[in-house]
Design a protein around this ligand. Structure first.
Ligand code: GDP
Ligand code: ADP
Length: 194
């Protein structure tokens, strides 16, 4: 079996983390690729080594120097995020396919790097108004952080056409069903063409 990569990208708050968690619960052949990041851990909801490897900016810079990343980015000012080569290798050696939760630019970098071995999925919010509601309802971000995410979302939504597939996250169950169908078709196909 050749291991594949499925990268879920979306503006923050569109629901990609929720979709990815549900998909992983349904499909044991998939494994989450844990990224390294330098932002603070969200106290009650996140764990180190599960959601992210939470590291310092200095440690992150060391990993850049050692060429440990497939791709990395300063997603928000001062907050670095990166996909570790070692994570992808670990998952493939384990006979599984890697699932990534990355921002829009990261998804396109993954696609460019892995070509047909990767499926780039864009998760789209039903509207910007609903995106804002979801960010507020999630209650994990400050007002400044919500503004930064909404500002970035306007820009990210213009990249939808560059992705292999687009899933609109209106009704969550429907969106997860669609994601499952697309991922199953991809991992059994010879290439990313569905
Ligand atoms: N390029 C890239 N983006 C990442 C990586 N890991 C996470 N991200 C993205 O960074 C953004 C911020 O993530 P996070 O702090 O968890 O905030 P949230 O998306 O609002 O829950 C999201 O768009 C993530 O998908 C990575 O390894 N590389
Ligand atoms: N289809 C949906 N309908 C309503 N709320 C949703 C839906 N999908 C996700 N959410 C909620 O929206 C918020 C943002 O989702 P999250 O998965 O954290 O987004 P992202 O990872 O894209 O930033 C969370 O509170 C989540 O429970």
């Amino acid at each position: 079996m050749q291991g594949k990569i499925i990268a879920f990208s979306a503006p923050s708050g569109a629901g990609k983390t929720t979709i990815v968690h549900r998909l992983l619960a349904r499909m044991p052949e998939l494994s989450f690729s844990i990224s390294a990041c330098t932002r603070d851990k969200r106290g009650r909801t996140e764990a180190n080594g599960k959601d992210y490897y939470f590291i310092s900016v200095q440690e992150f810079q060391e990993k850049i120097r050692h060429d440990d990343f497939v791709e990395w980015e300063e997603v928000y000012e001062g907050a670095f995020y990166g996909t570790l080569k070692q994570e992808i290798e670990r998952i493939w050696e384990n006979g599984q396919h890697a699932v990534l939760d990355v921002d829009v630019k990261g998804g396109l970098s993954i696609k460019e790097f892995y070509q047909d071995r990767a499926l780039a999925v864009f998760v789209k919010p039903p509207s910007l108004e609903i995106l804002e509601q979801r960010l507020r309802h999630r209650a994990t971000d400050s007002e400044a952080s919500i503004s930064a995410r909404l500002y970035k979302a306007n820009f990210e939504l213009t990249f939808e056409d560059r992705f292999d597939v687009v899933i609109t996250n209106d009704d969550l169950d429907r969106a997860v069903d669609e994601a499952e169908r697309l991922v199953r078709a991809f991992i059994t196909a010879e290439s990313a063409i569905l």
